[in-house]
Design a protein around this ligand. Structure first.
Ligand code: NDP
Length: 403
């Protein structure tokens, strides 16, 4: 059956989502792309129709911080689903509008209040009763991480383990874009995330450490050893709740020395501040301003070479025996750019978002309430993930040289 979908957000991820949905006109028969700046939507719509032959992609302006504006747009277009790839600040307003109009919801990042750099699921989990009562699903965190990493874990729990004990999610960007410093997705959201304290879960408690205090070499398949740092990442919160046998859960991300030096300077000179400072009588938030002088992540693609490599290294018990298992995807920046005009990080986020929406519209994923993706059936999703552009691999006994 074919459906109308409303996609909100016309950044790098929005571009990939529109391209990938447009490749499935049998599911997404009409696409409306809406964002703050309509001209950005128009460029994406034109490019996606040219690349895919889809004929029904329209655009609109919407301020997704404004619930009545969203409700009006949803009422006039009547989508079967709202796919939110604007910013995490808009999660709750878009969920409110979905509740008011009875429309299923999907996003890729958990809510953050604008004035506190703190990301956790409490605000969105608080919508559980309202989505249940409305009889519609809200699917949270369906990008790559969170998203595919949760689904990899669900697959491992379903098919490879009786109990998961140790979970390490590892995320390498082994690509090169040729810029001195750039972030791979929205700079404001990215810098808020990676300048936070590190945090991991052990024996029922969260253990906190200084930003980038813990680092180790991790051996990524087909890429080799890369220095990776322990950071907090949002999927840890839902995974330790949904898999209570987990004794320890950690998240590792690669950062080059040059990147960390830039980041330290940005923090030391106050450019990572999220409180307003007066500049010529106007309130300016340094980190918001910084976004406008850094390279646009959506436009990094052209000269991007190399791969991203993200996976879950899991240790646990199967049939009474201990085992170590690794499941991962490597994604080429160049191939992503060739297909969608943007780089691998937007691609690895946009493909799962499209696929999650497809799962909901095909009837594989459903129900009433708020779901993290590991709570939904991983099998149909993983069956289509490779053919959708993100082939995945699994191996036993691979430990990535971690302890
Ligand atoms: P961008 O900054 O490139 O794009 C964000 C888009 O949202 C822009 O088009 C922007 O419009 C629009 N927008 C911002 N505020 C509003 C608003 N109030 N109303 C309507 N539209 C608005 O971000 P990315 O594409 O890089 O990332 C998109 C999302 O994906 C983010 O939430 C990010 O956290 C998430 N993400 C998730 C990942 C995962 O693996 N789970 C990985 C990477 C990203 P304008 O340009 O006009 O301001």
């Amino acid at each position: 059956m074919s459906h109308k979908v409303l996609i909100i957000g016309a950044g790098g991820v929005g571009r990939v989502v529109v391209f990938k949905c447009a490749q499935h006109p049998e599911v997404f028969s009409e696409i409306l792309l809406a964002s703050l700046t309509k001209s950005k939507c128009d460029v994406i719509a034109t490019d996606a129709m040219k690349a895919t032959g889809h004929t029904k992609i329209s655009t609109a302006k919407v301020d997704a911080d404004n619930v009545p504006e969203l409700v009006q747009l949803i009422r006039s277009f009547k989508p079967a689903l709202v796919l939110h790839v604007a910013l995490p600040y808009q999660d709750l307003t878009i969920m409110d509008a979905c509740l008011e109009t009875g429309t299923p919801y999907l996003d890729t990042a958990n809510y953050e209040p604008k004035d506190v750099a703190k990301f956790e699921y409490s605000w969105q989990w608080a919508y559980q009763d309202r989505f249940k009562a409305a009889g519609i699903p809200a699917v949270l965190g369906c990008g790559f991480d969170p998203g595919v990493t949760n689904i990899f874990t669900a697959h491992a729990a379903k098919h490879h383990f009786d109990e998961i004990h140790y979970l390490d999610i590892v995320d390498a960007n082994a690509g090169s874009h040729g810029k001195a410093f750039a972030t791979n997705f929205n700079p404001e959201i990215n810098i808020r995330e990676i300048t936070q304290k590190g945090r991991y879960y052990e024996n029922g408690k969260w253990v906190e450490n200084e930003p980038h205090e813990i680092g180790k070499m991790i051996n990524y398949p087909d890429i080799g050893p890369r220095k990776s740092y322990l950071i907090f990442h949002e999927e840890l919160e839902s995974l330790v709740k949904n898999y209570p046998t987990i004794k320890r859960a950690r998240f590792w991300m690669t950062f080059g020395d040059e990147y960390l030096t830039h980041l330290r300077v940005i923090q030391n000179i106050g450019m990572a501040r999220i409180d307003p400072v007066k500049y010529k009588g106007v309130d300016v938030i340094p980190l918001e301003f910084l976004k406008y002088v850094l390279p646009d992540p959506g436009e990094l693609g052209e000269n991007y070479t190399g791969y991203t490599s993200i996976g879950c290294r899991i240790k646990g018990i199967k049939d009474g025996k201990e085992k170590t298992y690794y499941i991962w995807n490597n994604c080429s920046h160049e191939a992503a750019y060739k297909e969608t005009g943007t780089q691998g990080v937007s691609y690895t986020t946009g493909v799962p978002a499209m696929l999650g929406a497809k799962m909901m519209l095909d009837g594989h994923w459903g129900g009433a309430g708020v779901f993290n993706v590991e709570q939904l059936n991983p099998d149909p999703f993983l069956k289509e993930l490779g053919p959708s552009g993100l082939p995945w691999h699994e191996a036993e006994g691979v430990d990535l040289e971690m302890d």
